[in-house]
Design a binder for this molecule. Structure first.
Ligand code: UDP
Length: 240
């Protein structure tokens, strides 16, 4: 089924918010975590090499540190990067329990909890069929984990970035506010830019465009969303 379009290596970008329970406000919800990992496993079981880039927004965002807590932007950003490590460790344990081999590679050295990020090490793990979780963002303030996904995907030679969100894809206007909003099945980088569509932040978007890295924006809450996406089923919006 759909094997002609099957990809070999992907980067899956999970925002931290994906792990948060909107009802209880729990930052890392056990049920959601389990469901996300089950979906990752179903893709892993297809033999697809997976690099997971995880965000930290459910725990801390640099900008909110500045606005609400008087923390300097750079300090807040490092706090945000540390938050991604926490999420990554949760994903690691949950995947391991499902017998998926996994390694956590951090852009910020943290020897007791993660391996340092080294490109060749990452690709070696992927070749050995280990899921690689990239944590610590890019290791630099003023960037985002979307940019991390764009960067790592280009570095490891992934064919596509799967950006898991809570919406079905990219619309011409906000579907929550406008019931007549139209969803794009696919769109070019140039067109998305012209229409000022928010796919990723500008840095991440530019990196993808420059390196011809396609981005598939899809709804992760949809049953089997990730698997459908890698099998090339009609889901989400492909930016390429
Ligand atoms: N961050 C950073 N540099 C990076 C990646 C992340 O400074 O390369 C910080 C930034 O403060 C960001 C926070 O980490 O707000 C959490 O990442 P992000 O907002 O991308 O997480 P997501 O929205 O995907 O959960």
């Amino acid at each position: 089924e759909g094997s002609e379009t099957r990809v070999k290596r992907i980067v899956l970008k999970l925002s931290g918010e994906v792990l948060r329970c909107s009802k209880s406000g729990e930052t890392i919800d056990g049920t959601i975590l389990h469901d996300v990992c089950k979906q990752v496993k179903s893709v892993y079981d297809l033999g697809i090499e997976i690099g997971l880039v995880v965000g930290g927004g459910n725990i801390f965002r640099g900008l909110s540190g500045v606005e609400k807590r008087g923390v300097a932007r750079t300090t807040g950003d490092y706090m945000g990067m540390m938050a991604t490590v926490i999420n990554g460790m949760a994903l690691m344990d949950c995947l391991e329990k499902m017998e998926v081999p996994v390694r956590v590679l951090s852009a910020i050295e943290m020897n007791k909890v993660a391996e340092p990020y080294i490109l060749r090490r990452a690709t070696r793990h992927l070749e050995k069929k280990r899921v690689v979780i990239f944590v610590g963002g890019t290791g630099n303030p003023y960037f985002s984990t979307d940019t991390t996904a764009a960067l790592r995907a280009s570095e490891i030679g992934a064919e596509v970035i799967l950006k898991a969100t809570k919406v079905d894809g990219i619309y011409d206007k906000d579907p929550v506010k406008h019931p007549d909003a139209v969803k794009f099945d696919k769109i070019s980088f140039a067109e998305a830019l012209k229409l000022r569509l928010k796919v990723m932040d500008a840095t991440a978007f530019a990196l993808c465009q420059d390196n011809k890295m396609p981005i598939l924006v899809f709804n992760m809450n949809q049953e089997g969303g990730i698997k459908q996406a890698v099998l090339g089923k009609k889901i989400g919006t492909l930016v390429s």
